[in-house]
Design a binder for this molecule. Structure first.
Ligand code: AHM
Ligand code: MG
Length: 359
C-alpha cells in the first residue's frame, strides 16, 4: 500500500489517571489565577511551602510510635495555658524552618508562640504573614488518631518587626489564602485562594499532593452535628435547646473526633454543623479566631456554607488580640442558621423578661 493510503497513526489514548497525577498543587494555584504575575507566582510558592511543611509533619506522625521523643508532653505550658506536646513543638518549628527559606514570609504567628516570629532577612521582600495552628487536635496525637494543621496567609501591612502586630487585628475577609492539612489515613491538603475550595491527597509514591476533589460544595443541610456534649451543662440554655431539638428529631447523627480539622472535613464533604460554643468558664469558647476559626470560615464560605459566632459572621469579627477566641458554629447554611435561631430566640426571651421586670 502506498504511504498516502495508510491510515493515520492513532493518537495515543488519553490516560486520564496520568492527567490527574499531573495536577499538582503548585500547577493548580497557577491555573486558578490564570496568570504568571508576581502575586500568582508568590501564592504558588507559598502553597508549595505549606505542602512541604505538611509532608514533613506527616512523615514524623507516620513513624511517631517508633521514634524517640516524638510523643508525649514537653512539660511546658503555652500562652493559651495548655500543656505543650512534643509534636506541637516539632510542627511549629517545621513551619518556621520551611518559611525561613522561602524569602516570601516576613512574619509567622501561631498557637504555640506568644508573639509573632519575624524573619528579618525576608522582610524587605517578604510581603506575607503566615498564621497557623501547627497541630490541631493534639490530644489525638499520642493515640494515633487524626490531627490537622490550619493555616491562613495575609498580606503584611504593619511595620517590620512590630511585636504587637496591630495590622493582624483585622477581620477575616482580608485573608488571601487559607486551608488545612488533615493527617488521617491519607494526608490531605484542602485550600482556597478565594476561587473555590479544592482538596489534594498526598501520593506517597510521588511525594506530591495531587488534586482529588475540585470545587467542593458543602450541602445546604446535613445530618451531622459535631460537638463535645460533655460540656452540656457548661453551655448557655440556647445551645442546650438546640441539642435537645436534634435529639428529638429524626435525621441527625452525632460525630465528634476531638480534632477540629477532622470534624470540619467530614462536614465540608457531607454537610451538617460543628459547634464549639462558649462555656461558663470560657465564654468565648476554646477555638482561636486568627488561626483556627477564620481560616475555616474562609473555606466554608467559599464552599457555599457559613461560619458564625452565633450572632455574627466569623469573617466579620475583629480580634482585639492575637490569640483571641470565639465561639464557633460552622457548616451547612441551613444548619448554622438553625443554631443561630435558637440563640436569637433565647436573646429575645431574655429581653422580654428584662422589659417585663422594669414594668
Ligand atoms: P488544640 O489546637 O490545642 O489541639 O485545640 C483545639 C482542639 C480542636 O481541634 C478540637 O475541636 C477541640 O480542641 C476539642 O476540644 P475539647 O477536648 O474541649 O472537645
Ligand atoms: Mg487547634
Amino acid at each position: 500500500m502506498a504511504d498516502a493510503e495508510q491510515p493515520l497513526a492513532q493518537a495515543p489514548t488519553q490516560d486520564r489517571s496520568l492527567d490527574r497525577d499531573c495536577t499538582t498543587l503548585s500547577r493548580h494555584v497557577l491555573q486558578q489565577l490564570q496568570s504568571f504575575s508576581s502575586e500568582a507566582q508568590d501564592l504558588s510558592a507559598l502553597m508549595t511551602r505549606v505542602a512541604l511543611a505538611a509532608k514533613l509533619i506527616a512523615r514524623r506522625l507516620t513513624r511517631a510510635g517508633l521514634v524517640e521523643d516524638a510523643l508525649g508532653f514537653t512539660g511546658r505550658v503555652n500562652v493559651q495555658g495548655e500543656s505543650v506536646k512534643k509534636m506541637d513543638v516539632y510542627a511549629n518549628q517545621v513551619f518556621i524552618s520551611v518559611f525561613e527559606q522561602s524569602g516570601l514570609v516576613c512574619r509567622l504567628a501561631s498557637e504555640e508562640m506568644e508573639k509573632p516570629y519575624y524573619i528579618p532577612e525576608n522582610c524587605p521582600v517578604g510581603r506575607y504573614t503566615l498564621l497557623y495552628d501547627p497541630i490541631d487536635g493534639s490530644s489525638n496525637v499520642d493515640i494515633n488518631l487524626n490531627v490537622g494543621a490550619i493555616f491562613a496567609i495575609r498580606r503584611q501591612e504593619g511595620e517590620d518587626l512590630d511585636e504587637m502586630a496591630q495590622d493582624l487585628l483585622q477581620d477575616g475577609r482580608g485573608q488571601i489564602a487559607a486551608g488545612y492539612v488533615l493527617f488521617g489515613p491519607s494526608t490531605m491538603l484542602v485550600y482556597s485562594i478565594g476561587k473555590g475550595v479544592h482538596a489534594f491527597t498526598l501520593d506517597p509514591s510521588l511525594g506530591e499532593f495531587i488534586l482529588s476533589s475540585e470545587d467542593i460544595r458543602i450541602p445546604e443541610h446535613g445530618p451531622v452535628y459535631s460537638v463535645n456534649e460533655g460540656n452540656f451543662w457548661q453551655w448557655d440554655e440556647s445551645i442546650r435547646d438546640y441539642i435537645r431539638y436534634v435529639h428529638r428529631h429524626e435525621g441527625y447523627t452525632a460525630r465528634y473526633g476531638g480534632a477540629l480539622v477532622g470534624d470540619f472535613h467530614r462536614i465540608l464533604f457531607q454537610g451538617g454543623v460543628f459547634l464549639y460554643p462558649g462555656t461558663v468558664k470560657k465564654p468565648e469558647g476554646k477555638l482561636r479566631l486568627l488561626y483556627e476559626s477564620a481560616p475555616l470560615a474562609f473555606l466554608v464560605e467559599q464552599a457555599g456554607g457559613r461560619a458564625s459566632t452565633g450572632t455574627q459572621d466569623i469573617l466579620d469579627v475583629i480580634p482585639k488580640q492575637l490569640h483571641d477566641r470565639t465561639p464557633l458554629f460552622i457548616g451547612s447554611k441551613e444548619d448554622v442558621a438553625l443554631v443561630e435561631s435558637f440563640i436569637q430566640e433565647r436573646a429575645r426571651d431574655q429581653q422580654d423578661q428584662m422589659a417585663a421586670a422594669r414594668l
